[in-house]
Design a protein around this ligand. Structure first.
Ligand code: SF4
Length: 162
């Protein structure tokens, strides 16, 4: 493995920040902490070939790690409920603006595995289906996105279809 340079970290940090801001998300305002996570993403990219979540143990097999490739499947649900993703790379607007403090949060990945083991699937669907009432965008996931990727309508404009 080659050493990750500060310039590489800076470049990815700027890219993620820009993308987050354009999509209604927020990176953690603690810049040094956030850059540490960004460095870990780059290390994991070298190690596995993809951005495995910096604070979870990856299997190193992409198919097994798909749910924890950053941004992970659990980001939006954790932002909604706790104001931060599991690693605190992404935070809610309230947290980003210093109106709310974050604390440690439970690992949603384990909860999901337990639910999957113990609950029969609804028909053949693994996730609920959400529809943006503004533009009709559909997505199947635990919760609707914070912001519609198509028309940028906020989460409250989504309805559950199935
Ligand atoms: S917990 Fe945060 S940093 Fe980790 S994969 Fe999910 S979104 Fe990325």
């Amino acid at each position: 493995m080659t050493e990750i340079t500060d310039a590489e970290v800076e470049k990815l940090y700027s890219k993620l920040k820009k993308e987050a801001e354009e999509s209604g998300y927020f990176l953690n305002p603690d810049i040094e902490f956030t850059k540490g996570l960004v460095r870990s993403l780059l290390i994991n990219e070298q190690r596995y070939g993809y951005w495995a979540c910096p604070c979870r143990l990856a299997a190193g097999i992409k198919e097994k790690d798909l749910d924890i490739i950053c941004p992970c499947d659990y980001r939006d649900a954790d932002l909604n409920e706790f104001g931060t993703c599991y690693c605190a790379l992404y935070v809610s607007e309230e947290v980003a603006k210093g109106k709310k403090q974050v604390s440690s949060i439970p690992e949603r990945r384990n909860q999901k595995k337990l639910v999957e083991q113990n609950t029969p699937l609804l028909g053949n669907l693994k996730y609920p289906v959400w529809r943006c009432k503004v533009c009709g965008y559909l997505c199947a996931r635990d919760q609707p996105p914070l912001v519609c990727p198509i028309c940028k309508a906020k989460q409250e404009r989504f309805e559950r279809m199935i």
